[in-house]
Design a binder for this molecule. Structure first.
Ligand code: GLN
Length: 288
C-alpha cells in the first residue's frame, strides 16, 4: 500500500512536536490513578491515524515525530449531563466529544479523568491533567488560577423549585430560603450572596435535586442544561422562567501554557466553522 501522509497526520505531527515538553505525557503511559479518579480512554481520530500509519509503515521522520505525540488528559466531573455523564461504563457528553475533536485536530490521543468538580482547577494547575472541560464557567476569580480558552457555549444558572411552590417565583424570592448547590460551582458562589439564605452544598448537582424532592431544601441553583435533565428525571419539579445569570463555558489550561491554549482555540475555531461543534451540541440538546 502506498504511503500517504494526510493533512491531519501532518498537522498532528506538528502539533505533537510543538507540544513536546508541555505537561502532556507520551502516548504509551497512562494517567496517574488517583483514588477518586476513573479513566476512560476515548478512541479518537488521532488514534485511528496512528494505527493507519503503523499499518502503512512509517518513514523515519514520521516515526520520530510520532514518538513525541502525546496524550491529552482532560479533567472533568462526569455528573453534569448533557456535558459529561456516565453512560454504561463510558463517560460521554458534549464536553467529551468537543475535547475528543480538539485532540483529533491536534493529532493527540485523549483520556478522561473523572474527579470532583472543585478538584479540576488544582489538577490542571499541578499539571496532572492538561486541561479541564466541565461546563466550566469563566470567572474573574478562576482566571487568577488558570487560563481559559475561547468560549464554546453560553449557559445560564437557573432555579429549580417544587412544581407546586407558589412562594418562589423569581431570584428575588430566594432571600432567607434554604438553597442547594453543587460545591464549588458558580451556583454555589452566587447563592452565598443571597441575603439570609442557608446554603446546602452537595458533591453532585443531582444530590441537590434529590434533596429538593425530599423537601430538605427550598430551591436549587444550577446550570440550565443539567437542570432540564434532572427535572425530566424527577417528578414534581419546575425550572423558574427567570434565569439567575448568563455565563460562558470554556476549557481551562495551566497558566502560561499558551501552546496548548493556542491549539485548543484553533481547534474550537475550526470546529465552529465546520459546523462540527453545533452537530455535537445538537446530538445532546434537542432544540425547543
Ligand atoms: N458552570 C458551573 C461552574 O463552572 C458548574 C459546572 C459543573 O458543575 N460542572 O461552576
Amino acid at each position: 500500500m502506498k504511503k500517504q501522509i494526510t493533512a491531519l497526520a501532518l498537522a498532528a505531527m506538528m502539533a505533537a512536536a510543538s507540544l513536546a515538553g508541555c505537561s502532556s505525557k507520551p502516548a504509551e503511559t497512562s494517567a496517574p490513578e488517583t483514588e477518586a479518579a476513573e479513566e476512560t480512554a476515548v478512541e479518537t481520530k488521532a488514534e485511528e491515524t496512528e494505527k493507519a500509519e503503523a499499518e502503512n509503515g512509517e518513514t523515519e521522520a514520521a516515526a520520530e515525530q510520532s514518538e513525541n505525540k502525546g496524550t491529552l488528559v482532560m479533567a472533568t466531573n462526569a455528573e453534569f449531563p448533557p456535558y459529561e455523564f456516565h453512560d454504561g461504563g463510558e463517560i460521554v457528553g458534549i464536553d467529551v466529544e468537543i475535547a475528543a475533536a480538539i485532540a483529533a485536530e491536534m493529532g493527540m490521543d485523549f483520556e478522561v479523568e473523572d474527579i470532583a468538580f472543585d478538584s479540576i482547577i488544582p489538577e490542571v494547575q499541578s499539571g496532572k491533567a492538561d486541561f479541564g472541560a466541565a461546563g466550566m464557567t469563566v470567572t474573574e476569580d478562576r482566571k487568577q488560577s488558570v487560563d481559559f480558552s475561547d468560549s464554546y457555549a453560553t449557559a445560564t444558572q437557573v432555579i429549580i423549585v417544587k412544581a407546586d411552590n407558589a412562594d418562589i417565583a423569581s431570584p428575588d424570592d430566594l432571600e432567607g430560603k434554604t438553597i442547594g448547590v453543587q460545591l464549588g460551582t458558580t451556583g454555589d458562589i452566587y447563592a452565598s450572596d443571597i441575603a439570609d439564605a442557608t446554603i446546602e452544598q452537595y458533591n453532585k448537582g443531582f444530590e441537590a435535586v434529590q434533596a429538593l424532592t425530599q423537601n430538605k431544601i427550598d430551591a436549587v441553583i444550577i446550570d440550565g442544561e443539567p437542570a432540564k435533565v434532572f427535572v425530566a428525571e424527577n417528578e414534581g419539579l419546575k425550572i423558574l422562567d427567570e434565569a439567575f445569570t448568563t455565563e460562558e463555558y470554556a476549557i481551562c489550561v495551566k497558566k502560561g501554557n499558551t501552546e496548548l491554549l493556542d491549539g485548543i482555540n484553533a481547534a474550537i475555531a475550526s470546529l465552529k466553522e465546520s459546523g462540527e461543534l453545533q452537530k455535537i451540541v445538537d446530538k445532546y440538546i434537542t432544540a425547543e
